[in-house]
Design a protein around this ligand. Structure first.
Ligand SMILES: C[S@@+](CC[C@H](N)C(=O)[O-])C[C@H]1O[C@@H](n2cnc3c(N)ncnc32)[C@H](O)[C@@H]1O
Length: 371
């Protein structure tokens, strides 16, 4: 009879948890082909080979649903899989190398006291950043229905909608005519088949006539724009209604309330340097700001999303889909994660954050700007 490995042994060899293997089984991604006499999962050589592919795609940042399609693709044999993985890895390596070159250039310019232009900063921290980290995005970044409902409600009766900094299109309303704008080629390539048409452009210079859309929206993107006020004025120019989901950078209160930035990642504050006040952003669109509470089980894995699920921040896939971790740098990230892991193991985190268990939503500075 063919030899099978136990679930524990496979987990150990692959460097993942037994729980992950159970989950893969439950969602049909990796069903072990046998059971032991005691009813435990048993994996054949073919199962292990499938797991190897799953983990390789996972490491590249693909979501579990996409991986199922990739590994089940009948047109793809083992060699074709390896070729595809190799191509994806080379792409990732090239993007990382381009990012290192851009950082080196900026470091050099700073050392020589030369200021960088808005265009250069855009290349570095806007679209370029997403060219480098974009492939990890779909793993955990998806539509949170309760936030989507707020955004779609604010769009009112708009029939034509421009979605700026659209990424993979998570919050595009399904029942309106949407045009997307996205400067990162990697993000554009990750838009699902059938998604709204997408134009390669940046918010600060929208290639549209005045008032060409009923509404313009921008979700979790304004903080990436080199010139947020100029970008928001552009949204105002091309649309009659503007809806922006962003956060209040000048409210120190929420940063103190959020244990992740307060106790583990104080470097976050540095990312907000020079960021315009919320009043400047609302003024740019001529609108008002409303708080958006984050549900404890938020489906969109943005930075603050796991405020009641601290273990999530230990997961590399969760961090790779959030630009903050790339922007603070590997040293701060390693220290924050190590320290959080220790506090979770010792019970210190639970002790310090006991009050969170009773909350279903948290006010962590997220705002909906509506004009
Ligand atoms: C965190 S993602 C948000 C994507 C999408 N709106 C969502 O909610 O999933 C931020 C996006 O902003 C884009 N971006 C960066 N700089 C930009 C700019 N100057 N104008 C428009 N979009 C920009 C990035 O390429 C990235 O796709």
């Amino acid at each position: 009879m063919e030899e099978h490995l136990t679930v524990g042994r496979v987990a150990e060899l692959a460097g993942i948890t037994v729980r992950t293997l159970h989950h893969y089984d439950e969602i049909g991604l990796l069903r072990p082909s046998a059971r032991t006499a005691a009813g435990h999962r048993a994996y054949s050589a073919a199962d292990v080979e499938r797991l190897r592919k799953v983990l390789a795609y996972r490491r590249l940042g693909f979501g579990l649903r996409e991986i199922t399609d990739l590994v089940d693709d009948p047109a793809t044999d083992a060699v074709a899989h390896l070729r595809r993985l190799r191509g994806l890895l080379l792409g990732q390596r090239d993007r990382a190398a381009a990012m290192v070159t851009a950082i080196d250039r900026e470091l050099e310019a700073r050392a020589m006291g030369i200021g960088t232009t808005p265009e250069e900063r855009l290349r570095m921290f806007g679209a370029r950043l997403y060219d480098a980290i974009g492939s990890a995005y779909p793993a955990t970044r998806r539509t949170e229905p309760r936030i989507a409902a707020r955004i779609w409600d604010a769009l009112g009766d708009a029939r034509t909608v421009l979605n700026v900094g659209a990424g993979t299109g998570s919050y595009e309303p399904p029942d309106r005519e949407v045009t997307a704008v996205e400067p990162s080629a990697v993000m554009r390539a990750l838009r699902p088949p059938g998604a709204a048409p997408c134009v390669a452009a940046a918010a600060e210079r929208l290639p549209f006539e005045d008032r060409s859309f009923d509404a313009a929206m921008a979700v979790s993107t304004v903080h990436h724009w080199p010139d947020p006020v100029a970008g928001l004025r552009e949204l105002r120019r091309v649309a009659r209604r503007v809806v922006v989901f962003t956060y209040d950078a000048d409210d120190i209160g929420w940063r103190q309330r959020f244990w992740l930035t307060r106790d583990y990642l104080p470097e976050f504050a540095g990312l907000l340097t020079g960021w315009p006040a919320l009043a400047d952003l609302t003024r740019a669109i001529g609108g008002r700001a409303e708080p958006v509470l984050i549900p404890w089980d938020c489906a969109d894995g943005f930075f603050e999303a796991y405020w009641r699920r601290p273990e999530a921040y230990l997961d590399d896939h969760v961090r790779r889909a959030v630009s903050v971790w790339t922007r603070v740098g590997p040293e701060a990230e390693r220290r924050a994660v190590r320290s959080l892991r220790e506090d979770l193991a010792s019970g210190r985190w639970a002790e310090r954050n006991r009050d969170l268990a009773a909350l279903d939503t948290a006010e962590l500075g997220l705002r909906l700007l509506v004009a």
